[in-house]
Design a protein around this ligand. Sequence first.
Ligand code: C5P
Length: 237
Amino acid sequence: MKDPHLTELTAGCIAAVLPAAGSGQRFGSDRNKLFAMLSGKPIWFHAASRLAARPEVGRIVMAISEQDEVDFRGPFAELVNELRIELVRGGDQRSDSVRAGLDAVADDKSIEFIAIHDAARPLVRDADLAAVFAKAAETGAAILAAPITATLKRVLNDGNASLTVDRSELYSALTPQVFRVDVLRRAYDRHRGRPATDDAQLVERIGHPVALVHGSADNIKITHPEDLRIAEAILAR
Ligand code: C5P
């Protein structure tokens, strides 16, 4: 019987690329924040294992910094091997790290899609992965996004005045961001280091529409130490 989650996607046709080469300065630790433990496992392991659990994901490539290599190849080697993670060297910018992952799977004909997922997002839900993968299969480019719940203000007159912004059309971008290989390749070939806050923006620039898939707001990115406490509470629920 056909697996209902596979939709149009064949098993193993997605390569997950996890940028993990950041310094995490805002986390206030001298080690990579991704090494912080959540329910007994490092943050990056949670993120990778959620992707590894999907049948569509055939390869997991994680971009790491030179400085962290000793940890990933030393104390973390067993966890890396458990999920069959391929390690590549990341770069100064997040987009350099993603490109390194993209290059690692460039010659693999079995890979049709790339799912880029922040290693700092350990809580992505399986149903959201299934939904964003299915949408990417249909459209070539899809990302998880959560509706904005805060009331938004636009600053006017140096902060002496403000205006409420209609939030009904606004979403915050999450990951995974999933693209057909040729689409992402074209976007990265065009990318000449112009600032971009996510991969979807690079794809928008080549004129390819990026579909938004409503994802759970639980899929937080661990940025500050208090995010870890929030993540623990979400996991315990
Ligand atoms: O810093 P921030 O948490 O926004 O980074 C998002 C993800 O991108 C993290 O998993 C981080 O390790 C990764 N990253 C990277 N290479 C960089 C900067 C960030 O792989 N140069």
